[in-house]
Design a protein around this ligand. Sequence first.
Ligand code: UD1
Ligand code: CA
Length: 450
Amino acid sequence: MNLHTIILAAGKGTRMHTNLPKVMQPLAGRPMIDHVITTAGTLTNKISTIIGYKKDVLNEHLSANFRNVETFVQPELNGTAGAVKAAQKNIMDDEDVLILYGDVPLISRGSLKKALNDNHDAVILTMIPKDPFGYGRVIKNDSGLATEIIEEKDANAEQKKINEVFTGIMIIKGEMLLSSLEEVNNNNAAGEYYLTDVIKIASKKGVKINTIVVEETEVLGANTKSELHEIENIFREMKSKDLLEQGITLSDALRVDVRGSVSAGKDCSIDVNVILEGEITLGTNVSIGPNCYLKDVVISDNVSIEAFSHIVSTQIGADCNVGPYARLREGTVLEDQAKIGNFVETKKTKIGKGSKANHLAYLGDAEVGEDSNIGAGTITCNYDGTNKHQTKIGNKTFVGTNSSLVAPLNIGNNSYIGAGSVITKDVEDDALAVARGKQSNKPGWAKNKK
Ligand code: UD1
Ligand code: CA
């Protein structure tokens, strides 16, 4: 059966006090709606989003980031049924429709899978929260099937006591959804077109609607910054739990932020205040010190990343040592046993096996061979104000401290650059290049100064 996911995101989010559409509020560094789309994307290629409030901002974001997501504008914010109706021309009779909310970002693939595998005519996800206030109460018949959802505003005292509530998530056949939507009216306390009325209408037509209870933490909605913060905390804990389950040692599970995916070999450890974004791959026996930021990084075995290092789009070989205070920018490749020390910045640079830049250097658009040493204060002058140029340094070469290497430049194997040099011409293998003012001592000069 084909699956079509519709994500409701037209609402205003008044209580967020924001100029952004509510679903653009960041959770773990990404807009809330991105999490929902990503989860939905693991189940189906057909995704529709309903936008309304600040639709241009949202439309621009979605079209820039998700190629296969279609957007539909809800002309008037008249309720959740109105929202789904905005996409009705995209709803096919013979498909399953999964309704998700853009502001309920933690829903898991696992729970959705479970609902999709259920073989009733339709399924709603429910929860039993500590406090059911504000949610639609689920009414069931004797066989335990859902027959109706009553919104808080419309519920009588008896119904308000029901503690099983609707999460907003449902799966229903396109045909049944379309025909039921036709019958939804706005004769209710809010004067809105409730999507929840579809349950009553479909049930009356004999549709068997099952309920599946999920954990409250998975279906919390973010209506305020404080709810969003709670969701952020839950997300952090979930992600940390993943790391622990993979066998990673965490100094404090509440002080690691995983904002992407992490896979790791055995005996890895992560200290406090580490942020991991994008895709992170760790080999065996990798340790990440406190206060590091890593985004899209692949690290091999036996690597130590020390405190305060900032590493983006980088590949690190085995037995390397990085930091403290290293900055490895996009396109950095460290081959095995390389060492990058404090206050060294690299960009689009390859450091060969066993080579070192231990302190205070900038290596950009460079290639360093094996077993070479880059002294403190070395700068590759890669930019002439218009273009970037390459610096190539061979194997077993020693670049003395405070050298400016003016690119384009080739420095051969087994060569030496004298400290304080400004190197503008290529250096051949086995040579010593010195390019600095000659020292001259003036004996007695200080004594005669006055
Ligand atoms: C809804 C459900 C309620 C359920 C609760 C779970 C209805 C009538 N009620 O209530 O049973 O317990 O969610 O959180 O559906 N939206 C639009 N267009 C609109 C109105 C809303 O796109 O015109 C979107 C919002 O952006 C949001 C979602 O629909 O993502 C839910 O809307 P919201 O107003 O928060 O519904 P609730 O009152 O919370
Ligand atoms: Ca809500």
